[in-house]
Design a protein around this ligand. Sequence first.
Ligand code: BGC
Length: 416
Amino acid sequence: MAMKRISLSLAAAGLLGATLAHAGEVEVLHWWTSGGEAKAAAELKATMQKKGHSWKDFAVAGGGGDAAMTVLKSRVVSGNAPAAAQIKGPSIQEWAREGVLANMDSVAKAEKWDELLPKVVADGLKYKGNYVAAPVNVHRVNWLWANPAVFQKAGAKLPTTWDEFFVAAEALKKAGVIPVAHGGQNWQDFTTFESVALGVGGADFYKKAMVQLDPATLKSPTMQTVLETFKKVKGYTDKNAPGRDWNLATAMVIKGEAGMQLMGDWAKGEFIAAGKVPGKDFACVAAPGTAKSFTYNVDSFALFQLKDPANQKAQQDLAAAIMSPEFQEVFNLNKGSIPVRLGMKLDKFDDCAKTSAADFVASNKAGSLVPSIAHGMAVPSAAEGAMKDVVSQFWNDDKMTAAAAMDKLVAAAKNK
Ligand code: BGC
């Protein structure tokens, strides 16, 4: 009996040894720490563990990822890069130019990424024609989240234009609730700002100002109106907004303390994680004036060069898993976003996601699909950071004029 047990456990150890020989570790840097985000991240961890790899979590809290990027820089500089890091947009190119990213073409070819990704997305993941990052989703940034019960109590109507937005905000204020849940952090200020720019100025204005950084558009009568409209929103936020995390702002809408929030659809992940039902407990509508446009924010993982062959294999498995239909579904159901992989069935997704998917396609055709500058998709990181500082300064300093802000924006946009 004892003999049998020993030989059984030896056999088990042998089997285990066989799996371990291929098993590696993936260390993954991300900033998904809120309720909905953590649930989505847990799906990625579970996927990797099912493949026999071990997961080393490298979570750096801080919405929008500024803190995570600072930590990443110091890790890479000290020669200790993680296997994968949540990096997106033009920053992927900036990291690739440093020569620290791994070529993922073997995975991308085997898994047919070129056929499965929208071209605008695929191009951003390649450096000199080779894939160096894997995408997980498409977030839409230009959303307004609302608590329908609070709107009803206030006799307010969900706004479709900025004029209607301020009418609703007034009604909510009179009913004694905080009209707009906001967190005063520069990426949240800019998330609001870019939705106002898109709604007030339209997609062509947005592209000229926020993507091409055209000085004459950054300093124009339309930009003046955008800045004034943006500043007017502040009047409907509460005095505790400065520094508040975005998910705490979402919680105010969930609890009915506030009426609405301008935020990307990771906010939906919070409503869902709190057990709320879309269309009943909360509403999603395009940010005022932006129903026909789509500000996209694609989360992706850049893959860093690794030395250990087992870890390289784990990294390749991670890249392949990220693009698999099973993962794209379960991850995005939790995250609030839509799959980035084309041709996916959306049966399990709610109406907010279905609207997002339809609008993504329609806006791409109409030329009104635009990258989010607040979320690192549109311009080099230096210009983005400098412009965020100006917009937050304008938001916070009641003495700063729109004219002064425009001059500073033009100067900030020159940072390369
Ligand atoms: C990321 C999202 C994240 C959000 C809040 C965005 O920049 O793309 O994945 O949920 O920041 O942290």
